[in-house]
Design a protein around this ligand. Structure first.
Ligand code: PLP
Length: 369
């Protein structure tokens, strides 16, 4: 993608790094376990068309989106892939799903009925995933619907191929007792239902070990560099770099304050500040006020005062003028500062940092070599 000289913030997405992360996750898997890729929310804000194409190039065959329209948009780029729609099947969208060969993740007996009815109308079978809730209370068949399905397996007639899906609530908390409890419940539900391949693990679930892998895993965040093991070294490589330009540099007087609310007071003489072209409208979360930091070259600099809509202020005291000058790029996420650290400073998770980046920045995609 082109980058004009006038752009004042830029997001670089390293597609080779996405590929390396996919291979790293796949390396955890035994023979015959498929590694799908979750590309919902525009591949966590990084650009689903780019990400999905890069992953298909190295052999990814199954992709998960949240909504039907995300699936229809990806279909021309992934002519042979199986595209699953996590949010399920809403009445009226059956034809669109079928036309674009999307596989709905059916979240209730009602959705199963909609899809089998469509299959009967067409006179041929349709692919589906069936999502059992084992502990999220969010989407998926609740226990009483699983019992009905177990007693009446003919409700699945006309659906093929089938995949049985469930989702972990606490996979990133390695020792949480919910993990084994959900695993046991998933296994026991599986035994009661017609035999079909199964998928259970998200990124963190993959690292809970082979018991959690079944036939297919569904990593998302780890592909984009978020650490699936929050209490351990990150096995993933960073994928994004976010930079913004310095607009102005100034020497400030002792006793004055910085930004809205006058929350940051200059306590020392000789302080120099730089204002850079990024703010909460560009996905630099306001909750990072007083805690965020950035890098100017190899210098670590603190974000001071409130985060404004399109601006933040950093303390560049002591940094030479040939580095801290208008037009210089400041790193907000990148080689010095990973997405999990940025998230921790803003009181959130890497997922939210990535999906907040949106379309405001000049984007550059580094093609895999
Ligand atoms: C988002 C999602 C995933 C991917 O989770 P990560 O933690 O990003 O790896 C997998 N399965 C379901 C059902 C999801 O909603």
């Amino acid at each position: 993608m082109s980058e004009t000289e006038s752009s004042s913030s830029r997001l670089t997405v390293d597609l080779g790094a996405v590929q390396r992360n996919y291979r790293r996750v796949a390396a955890e898997l035994g023979r015959g376990v498929e590694c799908a890729a979750v590309v919902k929310a525009d591949a966590y804000g990084l650009g689903a068309p780019y990400v999905a194409t890069a992953l298909a190039q190295i052999g990814a065959r199954s992709f998960f989106v949240a909504q039907v329209e995300e699936g229809t948009a990806l279909r021309p780029l992934l002519p042979d892939a199986q595209i699953f729609v996590l949010n399920g099947l809403q009445a009226g969208l059956e034809s669109e799903c079928e036309r674009h060969r999307l596989t709905p993740v059916l979240n209730s007996l009602g959705e199963i009925e909609l899809w089998t009815a469509h299959s009967r109308r067409l006179g041929h079978s349709l692919p589906a995933a069936v999502h059992l809730d084992t502990g999220m209370n969010r989407l998926g068949l609740p226990g009483y619907e699983v019992a009905t399905l177990a007693a009446e397996p003919e409700r699945l007639q006309g659906l093929a191929p089938l995949l049985l899906v469930s989702h972990l609530a606490c996979a990133d908390l390695t020792d949480h007792e919910a993990n084994s409890r959900q695993l046991q419940l998933f296994r026991s539900c599986r035994r009661q239902l017609p035999n079909m391949p199964a998928s259970f693990a998200n990124s963190s679930g993959v690292f809970l070990g082979p018991d959690y892998h079944f036939d297919m895993v569904r990593p998302g965040a780890s592909l984009y560099g978020v650490n699936p093991l929050p209490n351990d070294l990150n096995p993933m490589v960073q994928v994004v770099q976010l930079e913004a330009k310095i607009l102005q540099v100034r020497d400030v007087d002792r006793g004055t304050t910085v930004g809205y609310g006058a929350t940051h007071r200059i306590e020392n003489a000789g302080v120099r500040l730089a204002t850079i072209a990024i703010g909460y409208a560009e996905g630099y979360l306001r909750s990072a006020c007083g805690r965020g930091f950035a890098f100017l070259g190899d210098h670590r600099v603190n974000v001071v005062g409130r985060v404004s809509m399109d601006l933040i202020t950093i303390d560049v005291t002591g940094i030479p003028e040939n580095e801290a000058h208008p037009g210089a790029w400041v790193e907000l996420i990148g080689p010095h500062l990973d997405v999990d650290t940025v998230a921790e400073r803003a009181g959130t998770i890497g997922y939210e940092i990535l999906t907040s980046l949106g379309g405001h920045h000049r984007r550059r995609y580094l093609e895999p070599s």
